[in-house]
Design a protein around this ligand. Structure first.
Ligand code: AGP
Length: 615
């Protein structure tokens, strides 16, 4: 996590750094800082807490800070040391001639610290980053050259990093380095930019160079030079950035989360475009490279993912097993990587993620690549580390998601998994579900309209959210394909409102959790007409008999059963199999409006970050 930014050119560096950091806040937001260079001086400004605190500090010093045309900045998600001003980046070496920002984790920092202490280094913070500042400065002492110092230092560092460093004696350059952490160089005219992610620079340039792992670069106002790990100059491709600046504005919505929830109909349309053309035509997945012969020989599929992406994977299991007849295991990447997982060349491993750098999932994919399994990646970032490791890609085309709580990316992942299940079915030539799949395809094509109908009037959802916003605990129940919807809905509520919500398979309620039920524990039940509808209704009866207040989310309810529920939210009619795509929107909105009603920081909930780059 953490975001880094750098600017070198003719404009006010402070303004560009702050604007960039504001677009990187999704990566962390517990402290921030900038280092501004003017002449041979470097001034550092830092603040704990939200970025606004740093902005206030800079505002009071604008006469000084506006002069600088070169600078680096950072927004932090604390790993080593508390989120204090002292631990905020940038960090400096003992004599403060070298200043550095860092994203990643230096694994051998204790060892390096001991060695550097012997050279007289004075440590001021609890961070691993400060050790890198001392190490590069130590190497600078030997070489008197910032590029060489960086090249020598990174060879001694274990772990993940993206660095931006400046030095008082070399005032017209920023030196950067990268390994297992993202870093993009924005190419301008008479100015250049450095950032952890595109939103930070998209306002200024559409041209960028992606630094590869083990590369080191020197960025000046008119030039970017890159070197490989042997120190040889290399030329990286200049790429056109895919995003529009507009995509990172709230477009009139109060929060990014609400905007992103409302974008879900377009997300489905974009994702289906070119892949599902007609209910009579086969699904096209251009970048899915497994031949029909190899698909036929697959003995298992493993989906590895975290958090919300894991929940999408659980829906995927249900549909892939049904339509493709291949056993599917879904596992949290963090568990998958620390056991002897069984995977071979007859295994298809699917990595599913919304950010581009989830450390656990990257590790899982790297591990399994060595076993010869085919790796397919469901991704919103075809330029990501995992996408580069993959044999097959399923791009979700969701556009950039800013809110930490994943919503539209979940929708995009669901759609991709439906497409994949159908694709595998068709590649295997399974006739059994032909008619059902044709109906499903038609329903998927119509899904954007149903989503729009649902989102057209959310007043009932808002009323329910307000009514239940004072409860401290919730239970979410569902069965079958919506079991994962219950888990995901509960996760949404937890992460943005900090209310304790737990999802259960409705049938599991009576095996323990029912003991918690009383009038203070609302139960939200998702029930869609289909095989488990009556079963979930019975589970609702059991909850009602324990005085629980019942909220139903459903596509159908008879007059007889309506009396069971204290509140009901109806979704447009949907087949059981596709209903997760509609039910989840209700749950996203309930979470959103409860959090909003409680005055929580919806887009940047405490303790979280959008990209979880630590294991
Ligand atoms: C989603 O709302 C969460 N912020 C979180 O669970 C997220 O889904 C998880 O960290 C996984 O991220 P990824 O999809 O980028 O791997």
């Amino acid at each position: 996590m953490c975001g880094i930014i750098g600017y070198i050119g003719d404009k006010c560096a402070a303004d560009i750094l702050i604007s960039g950091l504001s677009h990187l806040e999704y990566r962390g937001y517990d402290s921030s800082g900038v280092a501004l260079m003017h002449g041979n001086d470097i001034d550092i400004y830092k603040a704990s807490g939200k970025l606004i605190n740093l902005i206030e500090i800079l505002r009071t010093k604008s006469e000084v800070t506006s002069i600088s045309k070169i600078g680096i900045g950072h927004i932090r998600w604390a790993t080593h040391g508390l989120p204090t001003t002292t631990n905020a980046h940038p960090h400096t070496c003992t004599c403060k001639s070298l200043t550095l920002v860092h994203n990643g984790i230096i694994e051998n920092y204790q060892e390096l610290k001991e060695e550097l202490a012997k050279t007289g280094a004075v440590f001021r913070s609890e961070t691993d980053t400060e050790i890198a500042a001392h190490l590069i400065a130590y190497e600078y002492g030997k070489t008197q050259d910032l590029l060489h110092a960086m090249q020598n230092a990174v060879k001694k560092i274990k772990g993940a990093f993206a660095f931006c460093a400046i030095h008082k004696k070399e005032p017209n350059k920023i030196v950067v380095a990268k390994r297992n952490a993202p870093l993009v160089l924005g190419v301008g005219q008479g100015e250049n930019f450095i950032a952890s992610d595109i939103p930070a620079i998209i306002e200024y340039t559409k041209k960028a160079i992606y630094l590869s792992d083990y590369q080191v670069g020197v960025v000046t106002k008119d030039d970017i030079k890159i070197y490989d790990d042997m120190g040889n100059p290399v030329v990286n491709k200049v790429e056109h950035l895919p995003f529009e600046a507009m995509a990172i504005s709230k477009m009139g919505y109060k929060h990014f989360m609400l905007k992103e929830i409302h974008e879900q109909s377009d997300v489905v349309r974009n994702n289906l475009s070119g892949k599902l053309i007609d209910h009579n035509k086969k699904v096209i997945l251009e970048d899915f490279k497994l031949s029909p012969e190899k698909i036929d020989k697959l003995s298992r599929i493993q989906i590895v993912a975290c958090g919300t992406s894991l929940h999408a994977g659980m829906v995927g299991k249900y549909i892939i097993e049904k339509y493709a007849g291949i056993p599917v295991d879904v596992e949290a990447s963090s568990e998958y990587i620390y056991r002897d997982t069984i995977a071979d060349e007859k295994t298809l491993v699917i990595g599913n993620y919304q950010s581009d750098e989830t450390a656990d999932t990257i590790t899982a994919i790297k591990q399994v690549k060595e076993k010869g399994s085919h790796i397919a990646i469901i991704t919103n970032r075809t330029d990501s580390t995992m996408a580069r490791l993959a044999d097959s890609l399923i791009p979700v085309n969701a556009g950039i998601e800013v809110s930490v709580a994943a919503t539209k990316s979940y929708m995009a992942q669901l759609i991709s998994l439906y497409l994949l299940a159908i694709y595998l079915n068709e590649a295997k030539g399974i006739d059994k579900y032909k008619d059902e799949i044709s109906l499903l395809k038609q329903e998927m094509i119509e899904l954007p309209n149903k989503i729009e109908a649902l989102l057209e009037n959310t007043s009932e959802i808002q009323r329910v959210a307000k009514k239940y916003s004072s409860f401290k605990n919730f239970i979410y129940i569902a069965r079958g394909i919506n079991f994962a919807t219950a888990l995901e809905g509960a996760l949404k509520l937890k992460e943005i409102s900090y209310i304790n919500a737990t999802g259960y398979g409705a049938g599991e309620l009576k095996h323990g959790p029912i003991a918690m039920l009383d009038s203070d524990m609302p139960v939200l039940a998702i029930l869609n007409t289909g095989v488990v509808y009556d079963k979930v209704l019975s589970n609702c009866e059991e909850a009602k008999a324990r005085q629980a207040r019942l909220i139903g989310v459903t596509n159908y309810i008879s007059d007889k059963d309506r009396r069971l529920f204290d509140d009901l939210v109806m979704i447009p009619d949907a087949s059981d199999i596709l209903s997760p795509a509609l039910n989840i929107i209700v749950l996203q909105l309930i979470a959103y409006y409860i959090a909003e009603y409680l005055g929580k920081d919806v887009d940047q909930p405490r303790n979280l970050a959008k990209s979880v780059t630590v294991e």
